[in-house]
Design a protein. Structure first.
Length: 404
């Protein structure tokens, strides 16, 4: 198909494969720097907009949405959280981000981040093609890479670019373009998953609640004042159809129960899903004229709320160096991208893995394992140093003030 005739050819400095938040934010930032882009994605705009994903943004990421002109909607519809609650054996311990490290995070669903970015690209005249198929990325070891795709109407198109950015998610096609003998893939599969629900119910707590109990892990999150997102640890082989609403609520209530009488406020469950996750990093993140960002290069367990934030940080670094590379500095300007990105990636991998091991029950774990885990949790919630470590890691090592 690579040599088949095409119906049109366009030339642009940067072609972006993947129109999720990472790809669209990169296109937005490059557009502000005067660099043209074309973005393509096999998913439709509706499919991306309705896929429920992470909902926590670092303050720096939230601020970037506002200050770079994407949207200020987060200030009106988002929720600033100045801490989280760790609930251990039925007792609550608040980790006060503001008091400990002078930072905060924002509850703002990824679907809203995507909607803001897609609207901004449309407003600014950016070129984004959703719902394409048969995407090919060619000649990435040359200075003239190409992207070929079939549009929804069946027409075949080619984009000729100087650089191609793979922002095509955790099932990335672009990362496979790095030859097997030239890449290293690091990772770990976890022996548990999350059973996630969306429920039409009032909020049960003002901030996120991470619960560790003898019954297992649970996370109580929010979406709006009337729509809540909650998760509990389950087997990776769990079958959604085997979980009735009553069984789900009984499981969640048991995992947050305590002597203080805390209970979740229940309501109709509108969505159920089993979320499997892993830790993964591919190096290198650049091969010739191809650069990888976000989930195409790395994924983290959702426990530490780092995935979307890492992707946006990759993009911010790349948007800093790409205009210089295109402006005459050439490939050497891109040499700064990978080390800057990887430093934060591996810090986030460490924190996400630590949070996951801290709060989840390993299948087949011994009584010693449980008591050791409780000792570690006591070190976290019972000492200022432990609380400060969690606060600093969770808020993402902010480089600016906490308000966007």
């Amino acid at each position: 198909m690579a040599d088949a005739p095409v119906d049109s050819v366009t030339t642009v400095p940067v072609a972006v494969v993947g129109a999720g938040p990472a790809g669209l934010m990169l296109a937005h930032l490059l557009g502000r720097a005067g660099v043209g882009t074309t973005v393509v994605d096999t998913r439709t705009r509706h499919a991306i907009a309705t896929t429920q994903r992470a909902g926590i943004l670092e303050a720096d990421a939230a601020r970037d949405l506002v200050e770079t002109g994407v949207s200020d909607r987060i200030l009106r519809e988002g929720y600033e959280h100045e801490g989280v609650e760790l609930r251990v054996a039925g007792r609550s311990h608040r980790i006060d981000f503001r008091e400990l490290v002078g930072a905060s995070v924002w509850l703002y669903p990824q679907t809203d981040v995507f909607a803001d970015l897609a609207d901004a690209r449309e407003r600014d005249g950016g070129t984004v093609h959703f719902g394409v198929r048969d995407t090919e990325v060619l000649d990435v070891t040359t200075t003239a890479p190409r992207v070929r795709y079939t549009a929804p109407d069946g027409a075949r198109h080619e984009i000729r670019a100087r650089y191609v950015v793979g922002a095509d998610g955790s099932r990335s096609m672009c990362r496979d373009l790095v030859p097997e003998d030239r890449r290293t893939r690091y990772g770990r599969e976890y022996p548990f998953a999350w059973f996630g629900i969306l429920a039409e119910a009032p909020t049960s707590a003002p901030e996120l609640v991470y619960a560790h109990s003898e019954h297992g892990f649970a996370l109580i999150s929010q979406r709006t004042e009337a729509l809540q997102r909650m998760y509990f640890q389950c087997s990776p082989d769990a079958v959604v159809g085997e979980w009735s609403d009553d069984r789900v609520w009984d499981t969640l209530q048991a995992r947050v129960a305590g002597e203080d009488g805390f209970r979740l406020r229940e309501g109709p469950i509108t969505e159920k899903t089993v979320l499997r996750f892993r830790s993964f990093v591919q190096e290198p993140m650049r091969w010739g004229s191809l650069v990888l960002v976000g989930d195409a290069a790395h994924t983290v367990p959702p426990t530490g709320a780092r995935g979307l934030n890492l992707a946006l940080h990759d993009v911010k670094v790349l948007a800093d160096v790409l205009p210089r590379a295109l402006g005459g500095a050439g490939d050497p300007a891109l040499d700064a991208y990978e080390p800057r990105a990887l430093r934060r990636i591996w810090r986030a991998q460490n924190f996400s893995s630590w949070m996951t091991r801290l709060l989840h029950t390993e299948p087949g774990g011994s009584a010693f394992d449980l008591r050791r885990q409780l000792g570690e949790l006591d070190n976290v919630v019972g000492t200022r140093a432990g609380r400060a470590y969690l606060a600093e890691q969770y808020t993402g090592w902010p480089t600016r003030g906490h308000r966007p």
